[in-house]
Design a protein. Structure first.
Ligand code: AMP
Length: 280
């Protein structure tokens, strides 16, 4: 497996693949790959002939008090996992490669970034859309694969692609979970044994809320039930838990589906997110 750390290397590898008639898929990640990432890589490998996995802990999407320095970095292991599951190239640039000296151009999506995680992580989505635009310009993929676990992120990227006429198809992939329902995340590694034992209540709470929505209940009732369930675990602190329209992320003015229940919950110092979409 080749690990490219330079943009020129990636461009020439992609050019060679295209010359041979290959379609190109991109899976952007921050590394510390787990089964959630693997599901994206496998999906990409099933659809596209040449699969690039990027591994880049992007500084511009972290707030000053967030975990940029502590974020797990294990590139060699990630490259083996990516290769094993069908990737052809890993792109792992240094920060200076992605942000040349003096870089002062950002890509920002309005509207969809205003609430949920956007309200609690100022600048986060601006960092995400900026780095993903860079990756799209470098790799020029036919398709890029994103997880529904980061539902708002996926929607924001889709909005960016639509608004900026980017010639890439965004493929959403279902959330991969541990056996007890906890959504897989690189940040799960931060959890103590007690926090890890409490964390599945996030999914269980969202499921309780989703059940109310599917029976025609209101957003307020669903939110109340979900928060009450999570509150049974004293180690968990809800940052937000909202029921929103799954397309606009605005407050719904209807009861019942379609509705998205989305939450950010602290388990100790670790911020975990999850969501459930209740379909029509
Ligand atoms: P990250 O490395 O956390 O930035 O995630 C990279 C990509 O993997 C994003 O598109 C995430 O939504 C996706 N992803 C992360 N965790 C999961 C999961 N448990 N199931 C499915 N996709 C995931």
């Amino acid at each position: 497996m080749r690990i490219a750390d330079r943009i020129v290397e990636v461009r020439s590898a992609v050019q060679r693949a295209r010359h041979n008639g290959s379609s190109v898929g991109l899976v952007p990640t921050m590394g510390a790959l787990h089964a959630g990432h693997v599901s994206l890589i496998e999906r990409a490998a099933a659809v596209d002939d040449f699969v690039v996995v990027s591994v880049f802990v992007n500084p511009t999407q972290f707030g000053p008090a967030e975990d940029f320095d502590a974020y797990p970095r294990r590139l060699q292991e990630d490259a083996s996992i990516a290769a094993e599951h069908g990737a052809h190239l890993v792109f792992a640039p240094a920060v200076e490669e992605m942000y040349p000296v003096g870089a002062s151009t950002f890509v920002e999506v309005g509207g969809l970034t205003a609430n949920l995680c956007g309200a609690f992580r100022p600048g986060h989505f601006r960092g995400v859309t900026t780095v993903v635009s860079k990756l799209f310009n470098i790799v020029a993929p036919d398709r890029a694969y994103f997880g529904e676990k980061d539902y708002q992120q996926m929607l924001v990227i889709k909005g960016m692609v639509r608004d900026m006429h980017m010639p890439v198809e965004i493929v959403g992939c279902p959330t991969v979970r541990e056996a007890d329902g906890l959504a897989m995340s690189s940040r799960n590694a931060y959890l103590s044994a007690e926090e890890r034992a409490a964390a599945p209540a996030i999914r269980a709470g969202l499921l309780a809320g989703a059940q109310i929505v599917s029976r025609g209940g209101s957003a307020a009732e669903a939110v109340q039930a979900a928060i009450a369930h999570i509150a049974t675990q004293p180690l968990l602190k809800v940052q937000y838990l909202e029921a929103v329209d799954p397309e606009t992320l605005a407050r719904p003015n209807h009861n019942g589906p379609p509705m998205l229940l989305a939450a950010a919950v602290f388990a100790g110092d670790t911020r975990l997110i999850d969501n459930i979409a209740v379909e029509d």
